[in-house]
Design a protein around this ligand. Sequence first.
Ligand code: SAM
Length: 319
Amino acid sequence: MRYVSLFSGGGGLDLGFERAGWEPVVCVDNDPVSCETLSHNRPDWNVVCDDIRNFDATPYRGVDAVVGGPPCQGFSTAGKGDPNDPRNFLWREYMRVVSEVQPRAVVIENVSALTHRRNGDHLSGIMDALEDQGYTFAYGVLNAANYGVPQGRRRLIVIGVRDAEASLPLPTTADRQPTVGEAILDLADLPDDPGFNHVANRHAPHVAARWSMLAPGEDDPNYRRSRLDVSKPSMTIRAGGGYGPSGNHLAGFHPPIHPTLPRQLTVREAARIQTFPDEWILRGPKTIQGRQIGNAVPVNLAAAIGAHLVSLLERPSPA
Ligand SMILES: C[S@@+](CC[C@H](N)C(=O)[O-])C[C@H]1O[C@@H](n2cnc3c(N)ncnc32)[C@H](O)[C@@H]1O
């Protein structure tokens, strides 16, 4: 099974699809560092580092699927959520690529806020475009923790298929969600290792002292961050932006607080919570590494979607 990967980022969706037996014929992203990550880890992948608006997909006509998560900053409830953010309209480019490739299947991933009423025009635009192009589709908000990911992360997944019946993958770990402890505790005593994306932040002593007092799962309202609980899934790992002591918005990577140490997670620990394999190295400065991780579809969720898509396409088509 071959597919066109759009908005590939740091490769979470692609790694999951690879695990499910898919092969990307091309990965498109306009962020040079994300492209570097993809090429560094998979030198054989055809990575096109360009704006999707410049991408001609006609050479890929007939490939089995088009897969990707258009940027979501304008929709996200975590960001400012500007309805006129031009990035909100990139799904039209996604659908233009679909019309050029004419695949049997499409997968669109986005933040659950796309289902909110104020973003409704975009979601109905996507659905109308799928219908116009002859797809039936299923969509819903899936929680990654129900698909083998130690993280509560709710994301909208749209699966569209031609000549088949669309549905979403069933949960696999709803009754036993993986925990933070299982995912990261073995890394706690590891020394800093930049080549492994594992470099601990040196927080100011008063911040470390404050965080060392937090109980598992307790929130620090000043910094709007919580300490993780080893016995539960993590809260959502976000791409960027955090809060300073007076509620001021900060750029950068601000993941949750480690469950047993008075510091935030390293990029590697956040990558584990996103179920990236340790062999996958994030390129770029630490903040950009973190952004790629926070933006990613958790690999285990992506693998569940990829495997489900194979089963849909292999089923005999409905009469
Ligand atoms: C949500 S992230 C994708 C994450 C990825 N699916 C994963 O699982 O790791 C969205 C990506 O879209 C890329 N992007 C944003 N605007 C773009 C554009 N105009 N053309 C191409 N890529 C774009 C960003 O660089 C970012 O990597």
